[in-house]
Design a protein around this ligand. Structure first.
Ligand code: ATP
Length: 308
């Protein structure tokens, strides 16, 4: 089977330093795939190369089996791109802009009108067809950006931090839309926010320092990343020393007078031991929950595992 996207030993150097090294990706199915990494990890560089905006220093990109360097025009017919800052012409109306992007894609003239209408309908902006883009809210501008990325019905849509800067309501709508779009195609989406990737993606590729340090399903990711802290809320808070006396606890931080983050090593049965100690010493525990690590901690865990 031909992969929708395949990268082979993709590496890129800006002047003297490598931004990404040996990125090997292979995507075959519809759905949202997350590219997760902290700021500067190499997400935009990877995406810009995949979309043909930046020429790699080394390695190859195949879109639907077509080498992007050998036949960029044909390869790009299968890609839609929503860059971090979508290049919208804000003095054009939605219709004018989408027609222009369809022409840029070299779509056949007689197909453009229908394609514009379909894309508008898909992202829910038909009622703004004749509105100037500069008079749209951030959330609707984002939709125009998504419409231009799907207007030619590509098999692969690449979105660089698409939910950045949206307000909570816009966020919910954008996530819904991205999931809908991914029902019939592959969406590769980047974010530095773990919870965003959790909400949207079925697979996750984690990149750090320009290298892939994890690539598997979201479920596998959840199993791989072991929790190592608990949030505990007490009605009758004990001292730090009292909590540290519980076997396995290695650090305690009080976040408020009644809530503490308890770091532990080893098994998750620590929660039972804390509840046990709390019962005996009348801490009156009101809430206790395992925390998945913060992104920085997860990077450290995964980096050290990948070096083992
Ligand atoms: N035009 C450039 N010239 C020189 N170095 C660059 C350039 N663009 C990016 N870099 C460097 O390459 C590395 C990867 O950057 P990249 O933008 O790909 O990361 P990112 O994961 O997308 O981060 P962010 O979320 O902050 O955009 C970083 O160290 C960055 O400083």
């Amino acid at each position: 089977m031909t992969s929708i996207l395949k990268t082979v030993q993709l590496s890129h150097k800006y002047s003297s330093s490598w931004a990404i090294r040996d990125i090997n990706l292979e995507l075959n199915q519809a759905g949202v795939i997350g590219l997760l990494g902290s700021n500067g990890a190499g997400k935009s560089t990877t995406m810009n190369i995949i979309c043909g905006v930046l020429n790699q220093t080394e390695g190859s990109v195949f879109i639907n089996g077509i080498d992007l360097r050998e036949d960029p025009e044909l390869a790009k017919q299968n890609i839609g791109f929503l860059p971090q800052n979508p290049p919208l012409y804000t003095d054009l109306t939605v219709d004018e802009f989408l027609t222009y992007t369809a022409e840029l894609r070299k779509m056949e003239k007689h197909t453009i009108r229908e394609a514009v209408n379909e894309a508008k309908e898909k992202v829910g902006i038909t009622h703004f067809s004749t509105r100037l883009i500069k008079n749209l809210s951030g959330g609707y501008r984002q939709r125009v950006g998504i419409a231009q990325a799907i207007i030619h019905k590509p098999k692969l849509v690449v979105m660089d931090e698409p939910t950045n800067g949206l307000d909570p309501n816009q966020l919910i709508e954008a996530r819904k839309l991205i999931k809908e779009i991914a029902q019939e195609r592959t969406v590769l989406l980047s974010s530095h926010i773990l919870s965003e990737i959790h909400l949207l993606c079925r697979e996750v590729i984690m990149i750090e320092g320009g290298r892939i340090i994890f690539s598997d399903s979201m479920d596998a990711f959840n199993n791989y990343v072991q929790p190592h802290s608990l949030l505990v809320r007490f009605e009758n808070p004990p001292s730090v020393a009292d909590i540290q006396a519980v076997h396995g606890v290695n650090k305690v931080e009080f976040l408020t007078g009644k809530q503490a983050r308890v770091f532990f090593e080893g098994d998750e049965e620590i929660a039972e031991r804390i509840i046990d100690a709390g019962g005996k010493q009348d801490w009156r525990i009101r809430e206790i929950s395992l925390e998945k690590g913060m992104l920085d901690d997860i990077f450290k865990q995964l980096s050290s595992k990948s070096l083992q």
